[in-house]
Design a protein around this ligand. Sequence first.
Ligand code: ZN
Length: 77
Amino acid sequence: MIELAGLEVQVVKSSSDNDSPSSECIVCGRQMNVGLKICGQFICSDCEQEIVHTEVSDPRYLYFIQCMKQIWLAALS
Ligand SMILES: [Zn+2]
């Protein structure tokens, strides 16, 4: 368990068993089983990498921020 800006972050990895069903990524909406869970909100590893590598000047950055807001709102509720 790691913490990011005070939020609980859980690293989700694929497993060979069926105990961990895939989660829906809040950014791309795909069912994935590798990524990060932040306060129960799942972000797949693809989107996580994209967020990390997106410049602030990129229009997509704003969209990512909107998605991150969902996490914050969920964390606060
Ligand atoms: Zn995604």
